[in-house]
Design a protein. Structure first.
Length: 436
């Protein structure tokens, strides 16, 4: 873990004590810490984040009541020494052939149609601004995204970087939202159904993004996940109206609750109207709130004969109250073939959420690790649960939960059959973690 991330997490963890010490001065520092957490989770320039954090720390050190607490937080963490000998196994080889929609054999660039539903308000005509962060009416369409497969690490959501002197998108290097085509639902559904009928597998993958995500980045992420998983069906996105602003956390919280009925209708469409065989869902961070509230009601759905099976449901670093997840898990048990929760003790967005709410999040690991009946819990603290891309991942992991999702979604393997996982806990509280 980088020293910058370690210090930021430490300050977030000290939030309640700093609040007591700083009194009326605390709200300003609180807002700045949350903004830094949002920027870190988004993958902003680490050097610039470090400079901003250093300036904030210097101001905190000048606050006499808090100075000693902050100095202790700045002390380097003691190295963790493992007393366990672990034998590394090889990773699952990914298929060499990329599933079309279309692939340029010369450049290796894959173009993916992402079939989307959204409740964002319309914006401009350019793809990047086609939908805003404001609430709108439910809408549907197809986003065309190009994804390079050469010179890009698994999980990396590449884009132009000013510090690399990249000022425009390059299809050979970057994941690009090329076009957005809105469709009425009466056209969207048969278009998706016809597309799925030509796929190698009649399966669909539904992605639900988290807090602080624009429509553009949500579409890019959905396509990148599909390509990296070598998913042979069709890729769907539900893009709720996140403000895409780290300062608007509370706004996003209200919006995800407002969006859940829209998401439920979209998921039912995927299950019943497009001829799918199996439907898989990946939700990240705050997006899990729409998913878990939908699953709670799924057990009462009266689906028609021939409806698809809700197969793999993935809660990736869920930003939802841990105790609330426990309550809901008892209700949605059995609604999907398998549910998997990826937790982390190093996810900066979850630490920021705990900082705001005062209670552990369902996606936390460590002492707060959540193990419930009907959900496979994976302690992924050793790898990347941020889904902001490996190259920009703030703690620089070279491994991703996407490796394990491939075994889960594509190969349908249980945790005890997946190469990178090992059992932990006991018979009453069994979970899985990554081999070191």
């Amino acid at each position: 873990m980088s020293e910058t991330l370690r210090l930021l997490l430490a300050l977030l963890d000290l939030g309640p004590r700093l609040k007591d010490l700083l009194g009326d001065k605390w709200p300003t520092y609180s807002d700045e810490l949350l903004e830094l957490a949002g920027r870190a989770g988004r993958g902003d320039d680490p050097a610039e984040l470090r400079r901003t954090l250093d300036a904030l720390v210097q101001r905190l050190l000048a606050e006499t009541p808090a100075a000693e607490l902050v100095r202790r937080a700045m002390q380097p963490a003691a190295p963790t020494i493992s007393t366990e000998t672990v034998v590394r196994r090889g990773r699952v080889p990914l298929p060499s052939q990329v599933v079309r929609p279309s692939t340029d054999d010369v450049t290796g660039i894959v173009t993916i149609p992402v079939f989307y539903g959204t409740d964002r308000a319309r914006g401009g005509d350019a793809p990047a601004s086609y939908y805003t962060g404001r609430r709108g009416e439910p809408a549907f369409g197809v986003a065309e995204v190009s994804v390079p497969t050469r010179g890009r690490d698994l999980g990396e959501l590449t884009g132009p970087s000013w510090w690399r002197l990249e000022f425009s998108a390059d299809p050979a290097k970057h994941v690009i939202l090329k076009a957005v085509q809105p469709l009425g639902q009466d056209v969207f559904t048969p278009t998706l159904k016809d597309s799925l009928a030509t796929a190698d597998e009649r399966d669909v993958l539904v992605f639900v993004h988290g807090y602080n995500v624009s429509f553009e980045d949500a579409a890019r992420r959905a396509a990148q996940i599909s390509v990296d998983l070598k998913f042979a069906g069709r890729t769907l996105l539900y893009s709720w109206a996140s403000a895409a602003d780290p300062k608007q956390y509370a706004v996003d919280e209200g919006t995800i609750e407002w969006s859940r009925d829209h998401f439920e209708a979209f998921l039912q469409l995927a299950l019943t109207e497009i001829g799918a065989r199996e439907v898989h869902v990946i939700a990240h961070s705050m997006g899990n709130r729409a998913l878990i509230n939908t699953l709670e009601r799924a057990t009462s759905w009266q689906l028609p004969a021939g409806a698809a099976t809700l197969c793999q449901v993935v809660f990736a670093a869920p930003d939802i109250d841990r105790d609330r997840f426990v309550q809901l898990a008892a209700k949605f048990k059995g609604s999907a073939r398998r549910c998997t929760l990826y937790a982390s003790s190093r996810d900066v967005a979850l630490m920021a959420s705990k900082f705001v709410h005062g209670y552990p999040r369902a996606g936390e690991a460590g002492e707060a690790l959540l193990v419930v009946d009907g959900v496979d819990t994976i302690d992924a603290s050793l790898v990347d649960t941020s889904l902001v891309g490996l190259h920009h991942s703030y703690f620089g992991s070279k491994r991703s939960i996407l490796n394990d999702m491939f075994s889960l979604i594509v190969q349908r393997l249980a945790p005890d059959q997946r190469f990178d996982l090992q059992a932990a806990g006991d018979a009453l509280r069994k979970y899985w973690n990554y081999r070191s």
